[in-house]
Design a protein around this ligand. Structure first.
Ligand code: C2E
Ligand code: MG
Ligand code: MG
Length: 658
C-alpha cells in the first residue's frame, strides 16, 4: 500500500501556484489603466489550471508495478542478504551461460575434481554410443583429429588462466551419416568470489557454416579431410610455376604421398576406419607443413603438397631433412579404435628445376611414385631424376603386355629341384617358377614383371593360371609314379589373402585330381605379416586340407618367433642373400646357424635357397640343414628336363614309369 501519489502532490502544488498567480498579479498588471493586459493574464491562468488538472505527467523512478501478493520482509540480516544475492547471481549466471553456450549438447568441467559431465546429446554430436562416454576429456580426445585436440587443450588452459570464453572447431573421426563433419566446442569458466575458476561450462554444437560459405568452402576443399582438392591444388601450383618463370631464383617443391595398400586397410577394417586414417594422415601432413604451404588430397589415398619458396635449388640433400621429418610424422603408428595401425607411405619429391609447366611437374612426380611402387620400394622417399619418365612409359607398356600375355597364355613354368642331402641327395620336390616367353623380348625374368603384376592386381589372374599349370604338371608326374614329389608354388600377398582363396585352391585340386600332399604353397614373410590373423586362418584351412606351407625368403622380413610359432607352416626357406657369404663371412655364418636353430626348435623343415658352391653346401650340411635348392644342384628346368632330373635323382625304391 502506498502512502501518497507523487502525481497528486504535483497537481496540488500547481493549482496552489495558479491561485497565488491569480491573487497577486492583477496589482502588478494594472488592469484599470491597461485593460488589454487582462487577455494574457486570463489565458495564463486557464492554461495553468488546465495543466494542473489534466496533464499526464511522465512516470519517474521504478517502472515495475508493485506486487501485492509477495511479502517482502521489512528487515533482513545483512549477511543473509549477501548470501542470497550471491546465490541468486551464481544461479543466474549458470543459467545464462547454459542458455548461452548449450543450445545442443553441453558439458561441465569441475576444476577441483577434474571430472567432466557430458549431457546425453553429446554422444549424438560425436557419433558414438553413450556407453563410450567417460567422465574425462578422453570422450572428446578419442573422437577428434590429433591437431584439433592439441588446439582445444591449449585454448582450454588459456581460458582457465585468463578467465575468458573460448570456441574451437574440431573435426570428427567418425562423421555421422546425417550430421556434420565438424563440431564447435565452446566453454566458459565460472569463478568463485575470489575470482578463482571453479568449473568450466561448455557446449558442443555442429559447426554449421553459413550455407553460402560452406558451399564456397567445399568448392576448393576436399569434403572428407578438409585439405584442398585437386582443382585448387592445380591452380595453386600454376601460381608457383608463373612465379618461378618471373624469378629464376624462386624454388618450390611438389611432394606426392601415397598410402601403400590403402585398399587393404579398407577391406580389413571398414570404409569408416579407412576414412579416419585419411583424416589423420591429412592432419599430420598439414601440421608438419608451414601455414602457407598448400596441402591437398588429389586421389583416394594420394596427398600432394607444394612447399613454396624453399632452399634447395641446387641439391636434393638440402630438402631431405624437411621431407624426412614429414615422412616420419605421417607414417608413425596410428592409434584408432583401440588399435595400433602401422602404415607405409611412399613419397615422391620433385623440385622445379628444368620444368616450366604444371603438367610436367605432376607427371614427373607421378612417374617417381610409380617407380617407387613398381620397384617394390614401398614406403620410401624418392626424388625425381632424369630418365624416370622414360622408365614410367616402359612400365606402362609392360603392364599392357602382361595383360595381353595372360590372355595369350604366354606364361610358362620351370621347375627347380629341391634336394634332400640327408637321403643321399634324393630329389624331394621342385619349386615352380614362372617365365614369360615374350615374342618381342624373349624370356623375361619374373623379377621384372612380378612386382608390376602385384601392384596392378594382374597377379591374381596370372597366379590362377600358374597354380593350374603347376597342379596339372605335378599330377602327370605323380601318375608316372613319382608319388611323393612335392611342388611348391609361389603366392603373392594379394593372391594369398583373397577372400575365396581357399575355395579356389580346393577347386583347382579337385579339377586336376591332384592329392593336396603333392602341393606346397610358398608365401613370403611379408605376406604372412601383412594381415596376420587373416593369413593364419587361411594357412590353417589349407593345412587342414593336407597342403604344406612354406615361408619364403626367411630372414628378410620381420617375423618374430612368437608369430612364427602361431603360423601353421611346415617349412622355412632361408633367403639366398644369407647363403651367398655363408662360407666366408662370420656374421652370415652366425645368422645361418641361428635360422637352422630356429627351424630345429620349431620342428620345421629348412630349405637353403641359392646354394651355388661346394663350400656353401658343406657348411649347411655340417650345421644340419637338410634341404638344398640352388644352381649347385640344378638351375630351374623345363618340365621335360625336370622329368629327366627326377629319373636320375628319385629314390630307387619307387617304381618309375618312363
Ligand atoms: P623366390 O621364390 O625366392 O625364388 C627363388 C629365386 O632364386 C628364383 O629366381 C630362382 O631361379 C633363383 N635361384 C635359385 N637358385 C639360385 C642360385 O643358386 N643362384 C641364383 N643367382 N639364383 C638362384 P626367379 O625364378 O628369377 O624368381 C624370382 C622371384 O620371383 C621368386 O623368388 C619369386 O619371389 C618370384 N616368382 C617366381 N615365380 C613366381 C610365381 O610363379 N608366382 C609368384 N607370385 N612369384 C614368383
Ligand atoms: Mg619362392
Ligand atoms: Mg626365395
Amino acid at each position: 500500500m502506498r502512502l501518497f501519489d507523487e502525481h497528486a502532490v504535483l497537481r496540488f502544488a500547481l493549482l496552489f501556484s495558479c491561485f497565488l498567480f491569480a491573487a497577486f498579479i492583477p496589482d502588478i498588471l494594472n488592469f484599470s489603466e491597461r485593460p488589454l493586459n487582462f487577455i494574457p493574464y486570463f489565458t495564463s491562468i486557464v492554461f495553468l489550471a488546465y495543466v494542473s488538472l489534466f496533464y499526464r505527467f511522465p512516470i519517474l523512478g521504478n517502472t515495475k508495478k508493485m506486487r501485492d501478493d509477495v511479502d517482502i520482509p521489512e528487515k533482513v540480516e545483512s549477511t543473509s542478504v549477501r548470501d542470497y544475492e550471491k546465490d541468486l547471481s551464481e544461479k543466474d549466471e549458470l543459467f545464462k551461460m547454459l542458455v548461452d553456450v548449450s543450445s545442443e549438447g553441453f558439458w561441465t568441467f569441475d576444476v577441483p575434481t577434474g571430472k567432466v559431465y557430458w549431457s546425453s546429446r553429446v554422444a549424438k554430436f560425436l557419433n558414438i554410443g553413450s556407453a563410450s562416454i567417460v567422465d574425462t576429456f578422453d570422450t572428446l580426445k578419442g573422437n577428434v583429429l590429433e591437431s584439433d585436440w592439441s588446439v582445444f587443450k591449449e585454448r582450454f588452459s588459456r581460458s582457465l588462466e585468463d578467465n575468458v570464453q573460448f570456441s574451437v572447431k574440431m573435426r570428427l573421426l567418425n562423421v555421422p551419416k546425417d550430421g556434420s563433419a565438424e563440431i564447435l566446442v565452446s566453454g566458459r569458466p565460472q569463478c568463485n568470489g575470489e575470482g578463482r575458476p571453479i568449473r568450466v561450462i561448455g557446449s558442443i554444437t555442429t559447426a554449421a557454416e553459413q550455407a553460402e560459405s560452406s558451399r564456397q568452402f567445399y568448392a576448393y576443399r576436399d569434403a572428407l579431410t578438409g585439405v584442398y582438392n585437386r582443382k585448387f591444388f592445380l591452380d595453386k601450383l600454376k601460381v608457383d610455376v608463373d612465379m618461378a618463370a618471373q624469378r629464376p631464383d624462386y624454388t618450390f617443391a611438389v611432394l606426392l604421398l601415397d598410402i601403400d595398400s590403402f585398399g587393404a586397410i579398407n577391406e580389413s577394417y571398414s570404409m569408416n576406419f579407412g576414412d579416419s586414417v585419411l583424416k589423420i594422415v591429412s592432419d599430420r601432413i598439414r601440421s608438419s607443413c608451414r601455414d602457407n604451404d598448400c596441402v591437398a588430397r588429389i586421389g583416394p589415398d594420394v596427398f600432394a603438397v607444394v612447399l613454396h619458396d624453399i632452399d634447395g635449388k641446387n641439391s636434393d640433400e638440402e630438402l631431405m631433412p624437411t621431407v624426412k621429418r614429414l615422412h616420419n610424422k605421417v607414417k608413425s603408428p596410428i592409434q584408432l579404435d583401440g588399435r595400433e595401425l602401422y602404415i607405409s607411405v611412399s613419397m615422391a619429391v620433385v623440385v622445379n628445376r628444368d620444368v616450366d609447366c604444371v603438367e610436367d611437374l605432376l607427371s614427373n612426380a607421378t612417374a617417381v611414385l610409380r617407380d617407387l611402387k613398381k620397384g617394390g620400394n614401398h614406403g620410401g622417399i624418392q626424388f625425381f631424376a632424369g630418365g624416370i619418365r622414360e622408365k614410367a612409359m616402359k612400365l606402362y607398356k609392360l603392364e599392357y603386355e602382361i595383360r595381353r600375355a595372360i590372355q595369350a597364355q604366354e606364361f610358362v613354368l620351370v621347375y627347380q629341384p629341391i634336394i634332400d642331402v640327408v637321403q643321399g641327395n634324393r630329389i624331394s620336390g621342385f619349386e615352380a617358377l614362372v617365365r614369360w616367353n615374350n615374342s618381342e623380348h624373349g624370356v623375361v625374368s619374373p623379377a621384372e614383371f612380378i612386382p608390376l603384376a602385384e601392384e596392378t592386381g594382374l597377379i591374381v589372374p596370372m597366379g590362377a593360371q600358374i597354380l593350374r599349370m603347376a597342379c596339372e604338371q605335378t599330377k602327370k608326374w605323380v601318375d608316372m609314379g613319382y608319388t611323393d614329389i612335392r611342388v611348391a608354388v609361389n603366392f603373392s600377398a594379394k593372391q594369398f589373402t583373397l577372400d575365396n582363396m581357399v575355395d579356389d585352391v580346393k577347386r583347382v585340386l579337385t579339377e586336376t585330381q591332384l592329392n593336396p600332399r603333392n602341393l606346397k604353397l610358398e608365401i613370403t614373410e611379408y605376406t604372412a605379416m601383412c594381415e596376420v590373423e587373416k593369413a593364419i586362418d587361411i594357412m590353417r584351412a589349407l593345412s587342414n586340407m593336407g597342403l604344406q606351407i612354406s615361408i619364403d625368403d626367411f630372414g628378410t622380413g620381420y617375423s618374430s618367433l612368437s608369430y612364427l610359432k602361431r603360423y601353421p607352416v611346415h617349412t622355412l626357406k632361408m633367403d639366398k642373400s644369407f647363403i651367398d657369404h655363408i662360407a666366408d663371412d662370420e656374421e652370415d655364418a652366425t645368422f645361418a646357424r641361428m635360422v637352422i636353430g630356429i627351424a630345429n626348435t620349431l620342428n620345421l623343415d629348412l630349405i637353403a635357397e641359392g646354394v651355388e658352391s661346394e663350400e656353401q653346401l658343406q657348411f649347411l650340411k655340417r650345421e644340419g640343414c637338410r634341404y638344398i635348392q640352388g644352381y649347385y644342384f640344378s638351375r630351374p628346368l623345363t618340365p621335360d628336363k625336370a622329368l629327366e632330373y627326377m629319373r636320375e635323382h628319385y629314390s630307387d625304391k619307387v617304381a618309375v614309369e618312363s
